[in-house]
Design a protein around this ligand. Structure first.
Ligand SMILES: Cc1ncc(COP(=O)(O)O)c(C=O)c1O
Length: 724
C-alpha cells in the first residue's frame, strides 16, 4: 500500500486556488441558451481562452525560432488553411442533424447543455496541457485536479479537515469511477488476510504476531489469533489503519510493509492465487447492487475477477429503491455461508427511474451487521445524482443545511443525501448533473488512505518524492487536464453549493415537479387515454381512496399547474400544506417515468401488449429512429423510453405497475414506459412564460394520434367523442 497523491510541489498553487468570498451571481450567464442568446459571452470567453494561451505560449523563450515556413509554399498554406475552414463548416453542417440538446423540447436523456465556463475552462486547459499522466509534466492541472477533487468531497458531505483527509480525483466518467471503487473495495477487504499471512510466514514480521486488532463486533485480539472470517470483516477504517498500526505499534518499517503487500496481497497475486494460498476454504466474495444498478457494476465484477454471477442484484421496492428487507435477507444469507461481502452499492439517483436508494438505512444496517461480525464497504453511486447534494451545501464549510424553499426535495431524499458523508466512496460525474463537457467523472474517497490500495506507479510518470501524479491512484493512465480545468472554471462561476449548483439544480427540481404536475393532470375523463406515473401521487402512495386521489389531482391542477412561477412560489411560501405536497410530488430527482394506456368504447384497455405498443409508438414519434439526412429532426418533442423488466425489477413490481395502468399483468412480460428528464433550469421561466403547457399540448396531440392509430389497427371501437 502506497501513499496516495498529495504533493508539496503543488501546495503553492493550491493555496492560490482558494475560494473567493460569495459574490452576486446571475444564473442567466451560465449557459449559451437554446437560441444562443449568450453567443457574445461565449465568444468572449473562447477568445480569452485562446488569447491567454497565445500570450503564454509567446512568453516562454520568445527568442526561439518559429517553425520553418517554406516561402515557395505560401499558396499551399493558404489552400490548406481554407480547406480546414471548409471542412469545419462541413462538419458543422453535418452536426446540424444532431438532437437539439439545449432546446426546451429536449426531455430525453440525462444531459442538457454545458456551462459556458465549463466550455471555456475546457478549451483553456486543452490548449495548455492535453495530458496529465505525469505530475512533473502537468504541474498546474494536477494541482487543479486535486483542488476540484476536494471541492467535490466538500459538496458531497466529506469533511476536508478530517484526519485522514478525504481525497477525490477526476475520472473519464462514472463507469471508470465505479470500477475503481470496486477495485479499491476488493483490495481493502482482503488486506488484513494478506498482512496476517505475512506475519505468520515472514520472520521479519515476528514482532507483529501479538499486535492487537479490533474485530468489527468490537473485540480486541492478537492478529495471529483471528480467523480468516474475522480478518476479512475488520471494519473499513480499522482495515485502512492496519499498515500504520503495524508500523507504530509493532515497529515494522513502512518499506517492509509495502514490500510485503507488493509480494502478497490480492492486488499482487490476483484473486485466484490469493484464495488458493490464503483462503482455500472461503467462498467467493460478492458485490451487492440494487437490481436497477448501472451496467458498469457488471463490468467492474467481470474485470475484478469477482465474476458476474457474484454480483448480487437486490430487489427494489415499488419506488424503484433498493429494498432493505431484501438487503437484510441477502446479508444474512452470505453471513451464514461465510461469503465475504466486498461492498454494497447504493445508487443515488438512477438515470432511468430517478430512484435514490435508502443510503441512510444501508449505513444503519451495516452498523447492525458489524455487531454480528459482518462488514462491507458502502459505495454511493451518485454518478448522476451527486451534484444535487449542492442543494444542501451552504456556501460556508460545515454540515449540510436546510434546503432552500425553491429547491423542493422530498424529506426521504434529503435524508439519503445527508448520509452521503458516511459512505466510504462516492462516484459523482461533473459531466452529468454538473453540466460540464465530457469526459469528467470523479471518484471521492472518505479516507484519503483508501486510494493507496490501488496505487500502481510507473517510473516514467513518477520520479520519486512527494510529487506523485494523481493518476497513480486511478484506473486510467493518461487523462485530459482539460477535464479538471473545465470543472474548476465551472465551479468558479457556479459554486458547488446553494449559491451555484444548488440554485441551478433546485430550479431543475422545481421544474420537474411542475412538469410532473402538468402531466399527471393531463388526461381528463373524456380523453381516450390515461397517464400512469411510475411515482404515484402522494395520496395514492398513502393508500387513500380513489375519490381522495382524484381530489388531490384536482387540487394539483387548480393550485399548481396553471399558475405563473411567481404566484406559485408565493403560495408555496404562504401555504405550508401546499409546500409539503409540492416537495413530495414526483420522482426522487428529476427523471420522470410514465406510461400511457388507452380507452375504447369498452373502457380501459386491459391488454399489456397493446399498452406496450402504444408507448413504443409514442416513443418513436418523440425520438429519432432513423436519420439519413443532416437535418434537425422534425420531432416536436424528444423523450426517451425504457422498460420495467420482471427479471430486473421483479414480477411483483411489474404486476403492480401494470395493474395501476388498468391492464392485466403477464408473467415475464416487460412494460414499456416513457422517460422525461428535466435538466432544464429555465423551462418554466422563459421570455414567454412557462413552456411546459406547450409540451403538454404537443404530447397530448401525439398520444391522441397514436391511440387512434392503434384502435383502428386492431379493429377496436373508439371511445365516443364527448359533446363538450
Ligand atoms: C448511476 C450511474 N452510474 C454510473 C454511470 C456511468 O457513467 P458514465 O456513462 O459516465 O461512464 C451512469 C451512467 O448513466 C449512471 O447512471
Amino acid at each position: 500500500m502506497r501513499k496516495r497523491a498529495q504533493s508539496d510541489s503543488i501546495d503553492g498553487i493550491l493555496r492560490d486556488l482558494g475560494e473567493d468570498a460569495p459574490r452576486p451571481i446571475a444564473p442567466e450567464a451560465w449557459f449559451l441558451g437554446g437560441n444562443a442568446e449568450n453567443a457574445d459571452l461565449l465568444g468572449a470567453l473562447l477568445t480569452e481562452a485562446l488569447a491567454g494561451h497565445v500570450k503564454n505560449r509567446q512568453a516562454y523563450a520568445p527568442k526561439d525560432p518559429d517553425f520553418l515556413y517554406d516561402e515557395d509554399r505560401n499558396a499551399d498554406f493558404a489552400k490548406t488553411s481554407d480547406e480546414m475552414l471548409v471542412s469545419l463548416k462541413d462538419l458543422n453542417d453535418k452536426l446540424k442533424g444532431s438532437i437539439p440538446l439545449s432546446s426546451f423540447r429536449n426531455q430525453s436523456h440525462m444531459y442538457w447543455d454545458i456551462t459556458l465556463p465549463g466550455i471555456a475552462g475546457y478549451v483553456a486547459g486543452m490548449l495548455h496541457n492535453q495530458n496529465q499522466a505525469a505530475a512533473e509534466a502537468s504541474p498546474v492541472t494536477t494541482a487543479i485536479e486535486y483542488f476540484v477533487g476536494q471541492q467535490l468531497c466538500t459538496m458531497l458531505g466529506y469533511d476536508t479537515d478530517a484526519v485522514p483527509k478525504p481525497w477525490g480525483h477526476i475520472t473519464a466518467g462514472g463507469t471508470i469511477a465505479n470500477v475503481e471503487a470496486a477495485w479499491a473495495a476488493r483490495n481493502l477487504r482482503f488486506q488484513a488476510v494478506a498482512l496476517a499471512h505475512t506475519i505468520k510466514t515472514n520472520v521479519d514480521f515476528v514482532d507483529a504476531r501479538n499486535l492487537t486488532v479490533k474485530t468489527c463486533d468490537g473485540r480486541r485480539m492478537a492478529i495471529s489469533r483471528l480467523s480468516d472470517w474475522e480478518l476479512i470483516n475488520i471494519a473499513v477504517d480499522d482495515m485502512l489503519d492496519l499498515p500504520h498500526r503495524l508500523e507504530s505499534a509493532a515497529g515494522i518499517p513502512e518499506e517492509a510493509i509495502a514490500a510485503a503487500l507488493d509480494t502478497f496481497s490480492v492486488q499482487a497475486t490476483g484473486l485466484l492465487d490469493f484464495y488458493s494460498k490464503a483462503l482455500p476454504k472461503t467462498a467467493a466474495p460478492v458485490v451487492l447492487v440494487p437490481a436497477t444498478a448501472h451496467y458498469s457494476w457488471a463490468r467492474a465484477c467481470g474485470i475484478m475477477g469477482v465474476g458476474l454471477s457474484q454480483m448480487i442484484p437486490i430487489a427494489v421496492d415499488h419506488d424503484g429503491r433498493m429494498s432493505t428487507v431484501a438487503l437484510r435477507a441477502a446479508l444474512s444469507r452470505f453471513q451464514t455461508e461465510k461469503r465475504p461481502v466486498l461492498m454494497v452499492v447504493a445508487v443515488m439517483g438512477t438515470t432511468t427511474e430517478s430512484a435514490v436508494d435508502p443510503l441512510a438505512d444501508i449505513l444503519d444496517i451495516r452498523d447492525e451487521y458489524r455487531e454480528t461480525g459482518l462488514d462491507f464497504v458502502v459505495h454511493a453511486d451518485a454518478a448522476w445524482g451527486g451534484y444535487f447534494a449542492s442543494i444542501l451545501r451552504p456556501a460556508t464549510k460545515g454540515p449540510f443545511g436546510a434546503t432552500s424553499p425553491l429547491a423542493p426535495m422530498s424529506n426521504y431524499v434529503v435524508r439519503q443525501f445527508e448520509a452521503l458523508g458516511e459512505a466510504d466512496t462516492i462516484t459523482v460525474d461533473p459531466h452529468k448533473a454538473g453540466f460540464i463537457p465530457y469526459p469528467a467523472g470523479a471518484l471521492c474517497y472518505r479516507s484519503g488512505i483508501m486510494p493507496g490500495l490501488i496505487t500502481v506507479v510507473a517510473d516514467i510518470v513518477y520520479h520519486g518524492g512527494d510529487a506523485m501524479t494523481m493518476g497513480a491512484c486511478a484506473l486510467a493512465g493518461s487523462s485530459p487536464g482539460a477535464s479538471s480545468t473545465a470543472v474548476y472554471l465551472s465551479h468558479q462561476a457556479i459554486p458547488p453549493n446553494q449559491m451555484g449548483y444548488g440554485d441551478l439544480l433546485g430550479r431543475c427540481l422545481f421544474n420537474a415537479k411542475r412538469f410532473y404536475a402538468a402531466l399527471v393532470t393531463m388526461a381528463k375523463d373524456n380523453d381516450p387515454f390515461v397517464l400512469v406515473p411510475f411515482k404515484p401521487l402522494p395520496a395514492e402512495r398513502a393508500g387513500k381512496t380513489s375519490i381522495e386521489i382524484a381530489e388531490q389531482c384536482a387540487l394539483i391542477d387548480d393550485q399548481i399547474v396553471g399558475l405563473k412561477n411567481e404566484v406559485l412560489k408565493q403560495k408555496l411560501h404562504d401555504d405550508a400544506a401546499l409546500k409539503e405536497l409540492f416537495d413530495e410530488l414526483g420522482p426522487d430527482l428529476t427523471v420522470f417515468n410514465y406510461a400511457f394506456n388507452f380507452r375504447t368504447a369498452e373502457g380501459i384497455n386491459a391488454d399489456l401488449n397493446l399498452m406496450n405498443e402504444l408507448n413504443t409508438s409514442i416513443f418513436n414519434a418523440c425520438s429519432i429512429q432513423k436519420n439519413e439526412k443532416y437535418e434537425v429532426p422534425p420531432q416536436q418533442i424528444f423523450l426517451t423510453a425504457h422498460s420495467f423488466d420482471p427479471r430486473m425489477h421483479g414480477q411483483d413490481f411489474c404486476d403492480h405497475f401494470t395493474a395501476r395502468a388498468g391492464a392485466t399483468p403477464i408473467a415475464g412480460e416487460k412494460i414499456d414506459y416513457l422517460v422525461s428528464t428535466m435538466q432544464n433550469p429555465w423551462i418554466t421561466n422563459t421570455s414567454r412564460g412557462n413552456f411546459i403547457p406547450n409540451l403538454r399540448d404537443i404530447l397530448r396531440h401525439i398520444v391522441q394520434n397514436e391511440v387512434a392509430t392503434i384502435v383502428h389497427r386492431h379493429g377496436l371501437t373508439p371511445m365516443p367523442k364527448s359533446k363538450s
